[in-house]
Design a protein. Structure first.
Lengths: 112, 115
């Protein structure tokens, strides 16, 4: 079946550091790929998405590129802020009768 | 635009008791999902509705869990009887069409503790 693997956390960085959270997937066909974020005390919200190979999703300074050849969708940001502290989930959907398949989440902690 | 509403936000019950959760999706969204998120894990899909019909309930433990979406709008998820391992956050989400590329919008969740 479908699966998503993302790096274990917590990941602790200093403010203004570069961020990469790795995400790889296993799925048949051509899934859509998502990054969702959960800020402390809040619900899950979409951060960015990409629906076909080589697409780049971007939002709030975060980027991720859909790489079919490596089945990856790594999340990157050039300079993180304390307000980026949250849990980040990579997910995929093949559509139709399929909901989202999530990774386990990566807890990101940004220190001032 | 109002988001996905869920109630209650928290619930504590004893094992073998029953419990029900309610969800009201974003207006006009045809597809509604229930997910179970156990502490330290990503959400897992339990059931997906398209309007008032079930599209996928392959991961719903049907001996104890049931869900309905009457009139294709709001939905209830019930657990009867509850087990200790049902302790989790139950998330409701909705999307406009249910296509793979659609964004799913999540509610705040109901945190269930089974003692």
């Amino acid at each position: 079946g479908d699966s998503v693997t993302q790096m274990e956390g917590p990941v602790t960085l200093s403010e203004e550091a570069c961020l990469t959270i790795n995400c790889t997937y296993t799925a048949t066909g051509y899934p859509s790929l998502f990054w969702y974020v959960q800020y402390p005390g809040e619900g899950l919200q979409l951060l960015l998405k990409a629906t076909k190979a080589d697409d780049k999703g971007s939002n709030k300074g975060f980027e991720a590129t859909y790489r079919k050849e490596t089945t990856s969708f790594h999340l990157e940001k050039g300079s993180v802020q304390v307000s980026d502290s949250a849990v980040y989930f990579c997910a995929l959907s093949r559509g139709g009768a399929d909901g989202l398949t999530f990774g386990k989440g990566t807890h990101l902690i940004i220190q001032p | 635009e109002a988001g996905v509403a869920q109630s209650p936000r928290y619930k504590i019950i004893e094992k073998r008791q029953s419990v029900a959760f309610w969800c009201n999706p974003i207006s006009g969204h045809a597809t509604l999902y229930w997910y179970q998120q156990i502490l330290g894990q990503g959400p897992k899909l339990l059931i997906q509705f398209q309007n008032n019909g079930v599209v996928d309930d392959s991961q719903l433990p049907k001996d104890r869990f049931s869900a309905e979406r009457l009139k294709g709008v709001d939905s209830t998820l019930k657990i009867q009887p509850a087990k200790l391992e049902d302790s989790a956050v139950y998330l409701c989400a909705s999307s406009f069409r249910g296509m793979g590329s659609d964004t799913q919008y999540f509610g705040p969740g109901t945190r269930l503790t089974v003692l």
